[in-house]
Design a protein around this ligand. Structure first.
Ligand SMILES: [Zn+2]
Length: 78
């Protein structure tokens, strides 16, 4: 697909692409340059310990997945 950039530097992400990735209006996106490519990906919350995107809890702006949360509980009770 070829899209044109507008005079303010903007490109519209096709609705079908946004739907495929579950991107909604106002969602944060990671925008990076990799060689001669610009990549745009959803900035999903990630577990601070293992990087999983299946975050189930937040504490002081840090996200934790279920596995790491269980592991933390176990180590706290030892
Ligand atoms: Zn984790």
């Amino acid at each position: 697909m070829i899209k044109k950039i507008d005079k303010l530097g903007r490109v519209v992400l096709p609705k079908g692409f946004r739907n495929m990735l579950g991107i909604q209006i106002g969602d944060p996106l990671n925008v990076d340059v990799q060689g001669d490519r610009i990549t745009i990906s959803p900035a999903r919350k990630r577990c601070v310990f293992c990087g999983s995107t299946r975050v189930v809890a937040s504490h002081r702006d840090k996200e934790v997945c279920a596995d790491c949360l269980e592991s933390l509980k176990r180590s706290a009770s030892e």
